[in-house]
Design a protein around this ligand. Structure first.
Ligand SMILES: [Zn+2]
Length: 254
């Protein structure tokens, strides 16, 4: 089955900030949820430096943005959100963060991990990709492969009942640099509604036109009205996945 039509049984999305999912891949996630997939979100930071209002504290902003994230997730049909509460604006792909993400992957046991592209620095002539986006993507990829699937790495997580897990595929949101285009024509309004839930970010601006423009450009020449674009990496082949569903046999210790 082409990657563009594939629906995983489960997907875990790992990003830096509360609105990153809604800007990048919520149309695809809504499509997967509609088809029965179990989807969870991991937000590395709670976006607490992202509300520039007089008197706003980081703590209050985090509360507002976590509530907006829950609302946005609910629009897509997602209830499982992990807030790691790493520092917004200062996210670094440390080994500690890698371990925290391995814990989330071993807990959720996703078929697919969705995250960003850590190599994207520039977009056009007017945007530098946020360093938190790059850090979250680096940590997510490093956690996904090979760490999550190595029983003798972070083996102390077994004490929490979390065994090694090898995700089948990684979907990297690719800003039109990827080869896979998922048709989101039926879910683009869900994506826009989810983004609207981030009221502290949208303020008086409605994101509908911009999202339709981006998704329309991504879909150009592909017999679909709206698309989201991914680079897809297959880590476990189909036959092995059917047998294991990500389970990894423990090696004898010592
Ligand atoms: Zn962001």
């Amino acid at each position: 089955m082409p990657h563009s039509l594939y629906v995983p049984e489960s997907a875990l999305v790992i990003v830096a900030h509360p609105d990153d999912i809604e800007f990048s891949c919520a149309g695809t996630l809504a499509r997967w949820v509609k088809a029965g997939a179990r989807v969870g979100y991991v937000l590395c930071t709670s976006g607490e430096v992202g509300i520039a209002e007089p008197g706003m504290t980081r703590q209050r902003a985090a509360e507002i943005r976590e509530a907006e994230s829950r609302e946005a997730a609910a629009v897509v049909g997602v209830a499982d959100i992990a807030f790691l509460r790493e520092p917004d604006g200062l996210l670094v792909a440390t080994l500690e963060l890698r371990k925290r993400l391995v814990r989330e992957i071993r807990r959720f046991r996703p078929e697919v991990v969705v995250t960003g592209d850590p190599t994207i620095v520039w977009a056009g002539e007017d945007y530098i990709n946020h360093p938190d986006h790059r850090a979250a993507a680096t940590a997510a990829l490093d956690a996904t492969f090979p760490a999550a699937g190595q029983p003798n790495l972070f083996e102390e997580l077994e004490e929490e009942g979390l065994k090694a897990h090898k995700p089948r595929k990684v979907y990297v949101t690719a800003w039109e640099r990827g080869e896979v285009f998922v048709n989101i024509s039926e879910t683009i309004e869900v994506k826009i509604d989810a983004l609207r839930a981030h009221k502290s970010q949208m303020r008086d601006w409605d994101p509908g036109d911009m999202i339709r423009t981006w998704a329309g450009e991504a879909a150009k020449g592909k017999e679909m009205a709206y698309a989201e674009n991914f680079r897809v990496v297959t880590l476990v082949d189909d036959a092995t996945w059917e047998k294991t569903k990500g389970r990894v046999e423990s090696l004898p210790h010592g």
